[in-house]
Design a protein around this ligand. Structure first.
Ligand code: UT7
Length: 359
């Protein structure tokens, strides 16, 4: 049998540039309480959220992802025509087809290139990054734009006190390209279909049309919380072990910004050294689904905390339920990036009891 030609593998891939976009409309907890029976104190204590950002009408998903992508391209020093693949992670692109990634290719002026969307909810950025890394190392693609964006406010029922205070909007992007050695660690990923019922839509699109009713996101928060606080610490341990680094060699821990109490619980299990900085961007940005990890990293850049070569452990988890994470080595802050960082008031959270880890 004749062998077919193969692409030539590369020694590694790296994140060459990162960018993010925070929408302009700030919604405080007090404003949120016009719509739901809740309080600033309850939201702060249960989640750590002080305020969140929602997109204005002109801040479409395409506009937000394009803005984040342009910042990532600038930091990488890469032009749109050098991009030969685009992966967009989103669950709020409200057209079934064409993919947002193809629209984004046109918006950015990329040369005709493969462009596709993935649905991995809040773990979308880490899933897309793993795909880009594998495709670049296999020699299939050279420069991949990894994008994560969601406008959860489009699918949030403002009268639903189990979700309205949590969900928010935003976008993030990374340019991934070849490097001399691996700068993106092995991905640890998986799914738990037995928990699939916990997050979803109130109606599927067909039911929404037939009943002339809007479809919203719905979540049964408690089981998701229990799953995240038990299973995700173990997943994080595996990500670190597979990276070959020790906890002492980590600079940043960036878990999906779902709830500060989930982060606190993971930290109690992981016992990371004090030197590891932990992302807490949920305070100002709420839960922005796929974009929460790149938005959190962007805050670290804007605080001037990221040196070239910093190590960062990321882990995303969400609807499916699905999870994915890896350790990455971050590029330095680009010259001239002096965007200010505005920090919210510290948000106290109530302690949760330690839970036994799943075997
Ligand atoms: O990003 C994708 C993955 N998603 C997540 O990881 C989210 C995971 N889940 C969570 O973060 C939490 O479950 C929530 C923040 C959504 C909810 O917090 P909780 O501590 O699990 O609240 P709960 O549902 O157990 O409710 C506790 C109490 C109840 O009152 P009683 O029965 O103790 O009197 C609720 O009725 O809080 C009440 N409550 C509220 N009170 C004020 C529920 N929602 C609210 C509210 N405001 N919005």
């Amino acid at each position: 049998m004749t062998d077919l030609p193969q692409t030539s593998p590369r020694p590694g891939s790296a994140i060459l540039g990162l960018g993010a976009y925070e929408p302009s409309r700030v919604i405080s907890n007090q404003q949120m309480c016009q719509w739901i029976d809740s309080s600033d104190e309850w939201i702060r204590q249960r989640t750590g959220i002080v305020e969140r950002r929602w997109a204005e009408p002109e801040e479409t998903l395409l506009a937000m992802t394009a803005a984040a992508s342009r910042r990532a391209l600038d930091q990488a020093g890469t032009t749109p025509d050098q991009i030969d693949g685009i992966i967009v992670a989103t669950v709020t692109h409200l057209e079934q087809t064409p993919a947002l990634a193809v629209r984004l290719a046109g918006e950015l002026g990329c040369a005709p290139c493969p462009a596709w969307d993935i649905s991995a909810a809040c773990a979308g950025f880490c899933h897309a990054l793993a795909q880009a890394d594998a495709l670049i190392r296999a020699g299939v693609l050279e420069h991949v734009l990894v994008v994560a964006g969601d406008r959860l406010s489009d699918l949030t029922d403002l009268t639903d006190r189990s979700t309205a205070f949590l969900f928010a909007d935003g976008a993030g992007a990374a340019v991934v390209g070849p490097s001399d050695g691996p700068r993106i660690g092995p991905v640890v990923w998986g799914s738990d279909p037995s928990q699939g019922h916990t997050i979803g839509q109130t109606l599927d699109w067909r039911q929404a049309v037939e009943r002339s009713q809007p479809a919203y996101l719905r979540m049964d928060g408690q089981p998701v919380f229990r799953w995240a606080t038990t299973a995700m610490a173990e997943v994080t341990r595996r990500i670190l072990a597979d990276s070959g680094l020790t906890a002492e060699q980590l600079d940043f821990f960036v878990p999906h910004q779902a709830n500060n109490r989930i982060t606190d619980s993971m930290l109690r299990h992981l016992r990371l050294p004090q030197s590891v900085q932990v992302a807490r961007s949920i305070q100002r940005l709420g839960n922005t689904s796929a974009s929460s990890i790149p938005l959190a990293i962007d805050q670290l850049y804007r605080a001037g905390q990221v040196a070239d070569g910093a190590t960062c452990l990321m882990v995303g988890f969400g609807a499916g339920l699905v999870y994915a994470g890896q350790v990455v080595i971050l590029p330095g802050r680009p010259a001239g990036d002096d965007r200010p960082l505005v920090l919210a008031d510290p948000a106290p959270t109530t302690p949760v009891p330690d839970l036994t880890l799943n075997p």
